[in-house]
Design a protein around this ligand. Structure first.
Ligand SMILES: [Fe+2]
Ligand SMILES: [Fe+2]
Length: 170
């Protein structure tokens, strides 16, 4: 990859995806502490998904012969007043990430970095899915926020998600 600027920006996105991984794990932890095991499992699976996003860009940079750089990942937010706040934070995080992906896409267009454009196209599509899911989760938890029995139903529904990775210790 000849373009230094896009390489640096993609390295920044690796860090952003790992920051999302860390953040979803913190949300999952909060849910575990509240005995909302379905929400905890769903958010843990989402954390795994963020890891796969980071590694997708990581592999792309290696394939293109671009130096992978490692930066500090800030501690995520780990305190929430309610389960609604957790899903509100998740949506906020996805909207921020969409903005980041959009500006990366714009940079790749300006720099005529065609391979990066194609790579980033996957992420543009992915963010449509991520925001849609985050909006649906938030809307549904808001509907039942004052009804503990309905919150448990919601929690039960989220427990159906299959994690993308097998993390059994080897
Ligand atoms: Fe992501
Ligand atoms: Fe996704």
């Amino acid at each position: 990859m000849s373009n230094k600027q896009i390489g640096e920006a993609l390295n920044g996105q690796i860090a952003a995806e790992f920051a999302s991984w860390y953040s979803y794990l913190a949300m999952s932890t909060w849910c575990s502490e509240q005995e909302l095991s379905g929400c905890a499992g769903w958010l843990r699976a989402q954390a795994q998904e963020e890891y796969t996003h980071a590694m997708k860009i990581y592999d792309f940079l290696l394939d293109r012969g671009v130096c992978v750089s490692f930066t500090k990942i800030d501690p995520p937010r780990d305190s929430f007043a309610s389960i609604v706040e957790v899903f509100d934070w998740a949506l906020h995080q996805e909207q921020e990430n969409t903005r980041r992906i959009d500006s990366l896409f714009q940079l790749a267009m300006e720099q005529k970095a065609f391979a990066s454009l194609i790579e980033l196209q996957w992420f543009v599509t992915e963010q449509v899915e991520e925001e849609k899911t985050a909006r649906a989760n938030l809307a549904r938890i808001k509907m039942v926020a004052d009804d503990p029995a309905a919150i448990l139903d919601f929690d039960n529904t989220l427990s159906e998600r299959t994690p993308p990775l097998d993390t059994t210790p080897q």
